[in-house]
Design a protein around this ligand. Sequence first.
Ligand code: SAH
Ligand code: SF4
Length: 355
Amino acid sequence: MTQTELPPASASAPSFFGMSRDRLRRHVLGLGLPGFRAEQMYSWVYQKHVRDPLEMTNLPLAFRRSLSGVCDFALPETASVLRSPDGDTHKFVLRLADRARVESVSMRTPRRLTFCISSQVGCALKCSFCATGLMGLKRNLRAEEIVAQVVAMGEFHGWRDDRFNIVFMGMGEPLANLAAVVESIRILHDDHGLNLGARRVTVSTSGLVPQIRELTKLDLQVGLAVSLHATTDELRDELVPVNKRWPIRELLDAAREYGRSVGRRVTLEYTLIGGVNDSPEDADRLGDFARELPSKVNLIPYNPVPGLAWKRPTPAAVEAFAERLYPRAPAVTVRQTRGGEIWAACGQLGGLSPE
Ligand code: SAH
Ligand code: SF4
């Protein structure tokens, strides 16, 4: 290391977690440093899980000492971590630099660890049954704030798991923040970094058709989940207001194209709300839709949200709906509700906490 390798001190170094390896390489080159420092930093942070520059022992000491001026390795502060009684679900509240709060959830089953992450603070789409929708949109998250959620949860779990899945099913509509979401997926995917396979990532959308088509073109190979929740436009207009812009037919067409293009089944998410969308006729129509495209149906019994009058169907009603659907749809699963006790279940993110 020569004196010329010393980066200039900077008061506001960019976040490491928002930089693709390529961008980091350009950043270090721009500071007059050798480009391979980018690979070394990626390896320390994402593979050896070391964020303190002084501990990055194969880097020259003078460089380590000045590294905090190259980029910022800090994660947002963890404001709270709530643990479910069975210990398998954790809800994290991260406090961002502007004090906005963002929620993420980790869920462990015997077979896998899944991180459910947020893409926005709040959401503009105002689905009538969702806690996040009640908040309205505060702002989009930046790529670094999306990647940081994954790193914070990985660190919390001590990076014990060599594999995990990611679902964009936390706060916000990921396709309304497509550029940052795609950038975060690329960073997480890097084989010099966390090396998260595209098949381990699922993006859930309430149905932004043009962005689904854009995602198809990007050919990222990630899983797509579509929040259907109704089998008639009349009801879907009420539950998922964005349906007025892109009705069921257009949504299914875009989803079919996505599924065919990436060679993966699209998940049709269907939140079952008692007496609203759980009739036998709904099950029949849902089965017809499901057969139209390469799909699997994921039934989500409604998770109650304070202030909203929607009800979860009885277990018998969920069972009856699923039984009617099984012979009509190629694949059906019922989502086990996780984290309800800590307000961490689907649709419950948005500043709710246990009393
Ligand atoms: N904005 C995206 C992803 C976040 S929500 C989307 O809407 O798809 C993840 C899933 O939970 C979506 O299918 C959403 O419709 C559903 N959901 C929202 N509120 C819910 C609730 N209270 N109970 C059950 N599912 C809910
Ligand atoms: Fe937004 Fe998804 Fe909630 Fe609808 S269900 S308000 S799109 S987060």
